[in-house]
Design a protein around this ligand. Structure first.
Ligand SMILES: [Zn+2]
Length: 123
């Protein structure tokens, strides 16, 4: 996806650390893979990063625990979830987690996903 500000909520624009990671991931994603109404948020108020329909919520607390490589893996993983329309599933499924990791790996974030899984193993 070519980087588009319309995908970013103010909360991400105000968070240079997260917006920089989103920019890097966005360069690898094709425009047609992205739901047209995707919006990305960053919040101190959510316990963990997640997706809800076409919205991605990044918890700033997650990024305090991760180095840049694993953080990039997390951003790619969550964006992969919306591209795969997992945000409409209300029950978290292990298969969805693996599928999101596979798509992020296909975008070129293999090392980043491996590092992420050392910090945040799939359970
Ligand atoms: Zn996930």
């Amino acid at each position: 996806m070519p980087y588009k500000e319309e995908y970013l909520d103010e909360s991400v624009i105000r968070n240079p650390e997260i917006s920089e990671l989103v920019l890097e991931v966005s360069e690898k994603v094709l425009e047609e893979e992205i739901p047209p109404r995707m919006i990305i948020y960053a919040s101190d108020g959510v316990n963990e990063s997640h997706v809800d329909e076409d919205r991605v919520y990044f918890s700033t607390r997650d990024f305090e625990k991760l180095d840049r490589t694993a953080g990039l893996g997390l951003v790619a993983h969550e964006i992969a979830h919306v591209c795969l329309k997992h945000g409409i599933n209300k029950e978290p499924k292990m298969a969805d987690e693996k599928e999101a990791d596979s798509l992020a790996t296909r975008w070129g974030f293999k090392e980043e996903i491996e590092k992420l899984r050392k910090e945040f193993p799939l359970k």
